[in-house]
Design a protein around this ligand. Structure first.
Ligand code: MN3
Length: 337
């Protein structure tokens, strides 16, 4: 009987958590990376730091609707997620990419060679691998505090060098440069401090000796046809994000009966709604339902702004901001279709 309960319990617990993220195994032993990174740093970085991101991510989504979502989905809408989800989803994704592109040179294995088409693209955009190296290292060196430097494939299929703070990355809607990262350099101190201490530049030189250009070429080719790029193109609509920010910062206090932010920022929100309506709508979103909803949003914000200027009652303002909020989410729903 006890066994039966145990079995039932196990089956139900597994069923409840459909998504469980796992620490990927490294392809090589910790001490094999010595030419660039010492074994102790590799061990702590992988088995403690990365494992920590995985554990905290699983904990953050456990028992919520987010447990059903993919890692990419969790990151794609990072601005809507909790700090714990944003940081730990990014931490898990970024480190997984980092381990994949590092191959130490030993008797048994060699890093792969760069593919011709990828090399031509680098030469066309940066001049040479050497100039790309300088640009990437420069982005990494200038990143204040903790973060990452990236080589990114954008929705326009261009290569761009960027950097991001903490565990953010270019897939996230909070990122300035958006796209799929194919090369990432971890510039958190935990990645290099034991051997290089404060000398981030020395670590950056060393990391290049471990980069596997065969793997990075494969990532480039995969990224070019990845549906994530089309999704990012749809999402890359800064005016929509700007509007959302003001609306969130006024609507949510109003829900809690604090109308001061709304009364202070009604005209700002109206201005953002006009900017949104007249902005360049991303190509995949050029459809009549979106245009109609944008017009409606602008009108509703105008009405709301007028009511604020006439010092209308809270209850009347709430009805109006609620309509704005609904229309906004209708637009966003249309974007995610
Ligand atoms: Mn790290």
């Amino acid at each position: 009987m006890k066994l039966l309960f145990f079995l039932l319990f196990t089956v139900f617990s597994i069923g409840a958590y459909s998504q469980n993220f796992e620490l990927p195994k490294l392809r090589f032993d910790y001490d094999e990376y010595e030419q660039g990174i010492d074994a102790k740093t590799m061990e702590i970085h992988h088995s403690k730091h990365h494992q920590g991101y995985v554990n905290k991510l699983n904990k953050a989504v456990e028992g919520t609707s987010l447990a059903q979502k993919s890692l990419v989905d969790l990151m794609m809408y990072a601005s809507y997620r909790s700090k714990a989800v944003r940081n730990n989803a990014g931490g898990h994704y970024n480190h997984t990419l980092f381990w994949e592109i590092l191959t130490p040179k030993t008797k048994e294995h060699q890093p792969g060679e760069i593919e011709n088409a990828f090399l031509r693209k680098i030469n066309a955009q940066f001049g040479s691998i050497e100039s790309l190296r300088k640009e990437l290292n420069n982005a990494a060196a200038k990143r204040f505090g903790s973060g990452w430097a990236w080589l990114v494939v954008t929705p326009q299929k261009e290569l761009v060098v960027s950097s991001s703070p903490n565990q953010d990355n270019p897939i996230m809607d909070v990122s300035e440069v958006r796209g799929i990262p194919i090369l990432g350099i971890d510039v958190w101190e935990h990645a290099y401090y034991l051997r290089y201490q404060n000398k981030r530049g020395d670590y950056l030189s060393a990391i290049w000796s471990l980069l596997d250009w065969g793997v990075i070429s494969d990532k480039y080719n995969t990224a070019l046809n990845d549906p994530i790029l089309a999704q990012i193109e749809k999402e890359s609509w800064p005016e929509l994000m700007h509007f959302h920010k003001v609306m969130a910062q006024t609507f949510h206090p109003a829900e809690k009966k604090d109308f001061a932010p709304l009364r202070a920022r009604g005209s700002e929100m109206f201005a953002k709604a006009i900017l949104l309506k007249t902005s360049n709508i991303p190509k995949p979103l050029l459809k009549p339902e979106i245009t109609q909803a944008l017009n409606r949003l602008e009108k509703q914000c105008g009405v709301l702004n007028k009511a604020i200027r006439k010092n209308a009652r809270d209850s009347s303002l709430f009805k109006k901001i609620n309509s704005v909020h609904n229309t906004f989410h209708e637009i966003q729903g249309l974007c995610h279709d």
